[in-house]
Design a protein around this ligand. Structure first.
Ligand SMILES: NC(=O)c1ccc[n+]([C@@H]2O[C@H](COP(=O)([O-])OP(=O)(O)OC[C@H]3O[C@@H](n4cnc5c(N)ncnc54)[C@H](OP(=O)(O)O)[C@@H]3O)[C@@H](O)[C@H]2O)c1
Length: 282
């Protein structure tokens, strides 16, 4: 039976350590979230991020804009937060309402405050192998693997999905960690043939139980990023029980990747505060 990669337990431990580091630092990290519109799921995610901030003694503010805000208003808000010396990190909650130019908003976030790691500069640095801030979900996955002593170096890794928040940065992080990486997407031919090669398989598809046991190599490490609502329950992209029979290690949903994402956001925000106070760490 597979080892369960317990993101909840690991994130709790890391948040406790982070709170101690913040208390000892004498710094006052502060996260600003920007929420546009009244999507209940987005509002919930923002609330969870503020709760995590409170737990680790990171200050936080939220700026809410109406759903019919214009792109230049959202960009203006981001620019004000860029210039505010009290703010260490900025997170624009995605998805943005239709009609707002997401790329323009993401691009407006100053690199030294880009704790989500989505701006083109952050992405470019990540792909160049010298990341400043890496997107929280894939970076949290790397931390989780490290906590369980799973080193991607030399492994054949397959990532299903190529979004800017998960698939692409996941591939870059795995490559930076010396894995041999293949990225799959909706145009990939013989997907199961590719995924069966994977010693490390990351599923970020957004389709419930998409990855079946027949797609998984015996002994693979399987990371399930998916968060799909099915009959009111949270279900991953991996058909958990049969896949767990074949895998050597697997993340559960919930309690796997999700908590690591939030913990990483907190770590990135503290790193941003340190960066602004002292310059880049060696
Ligand atoms: N736990 C967390 O903290 C966390 C964070 C972020 C996201 N998520 C979850 O992770 C999942 C993925 O999120 P995302 O933002 O990456 O989603 P996304 O932007 O919708 O991307 C999904 C990717 O899956 C690919 N895909 C879709 N159908 C496919 C198929 N039949 N075969 C192969 N590839 C296929 C798409 O390919 P194309 O590019 O060709 O369309 C796309 O690249 C969602 O369930 C989301 O809720 C969880």
């Amino acid at each position: 039976m597979a080892t369960i990669l317990d993101g909840k337990a690991v994130s709790e431990k890391r948040l406790d350590l982070l709170r101690e580091s913040i208390d000892e630092s004498g710094l006052a990290p502060r996260l600003a979230t920007v929420l546009v519109g009244d999507d209940p799921a987005s509002a919930l995610y923002v609330r969870m991020k503020h709760q995590a901030c409170e737990r680790v003694h990171i200050g936080s503010i939220n700026v809410t804009l109406p759903g019919d805000a214009r792109t230049d208003q959202v960009v203006g808000t981001v620019n004000r937060l860029n210039e505010d010396p009290e703010i260490s990190g900025i997170l624009v909650q995605l998805p943005l309402p239709r009609g707002i130019d997401r790329d323009a908003v993401i691009q407006a976030v100053a690199t030294e405050k880009d704790v989500d790691g989505f701006s083109p500069v952050s992405m470019g640095l990540l792909v160049a192998g010298r990341p400043v801030f890496s997107p929280c979900t894939p970076a949290g996955i790397m931390t989780l693997l490290a906590e369980y002593g799973i080193d991607p170096a030399g492994r054949r890794a397959v990532v299903i999905g190529r979004s800017i928040d998960v698939g692409r940065p996941m591939a870059a992080l795995l490559l930076n960690a010396d894995a041999t990486v293949t990225v799959c997407h909706s145009r990939t031919r013989d997907l199961a043939g590719v995924t069966r090669e994977a010693e490390l398989l990351v599923a970020a598809v957004g389709r419930p139980r998409f990855v079946t046991a027949g797609m998984v190599r015996e002994g693979a490490v399987v990371v399930d990023v998916g968060t799909n609502r099915v009959d009111g329950r949270l279900v991953g992209d991996v058909d958990y029980a049969p896949v767990a029979e074949r895998a050597s290690a697997i993340t559960p949903v919930p309690g796997g990747v999700g908590p690591m994402t939030i913990a990483t956001l907190m770590e990135n925000t503290f790193a941003a505060a340190r960066y602004q106070a002292c310059g880049p760490s060696p």
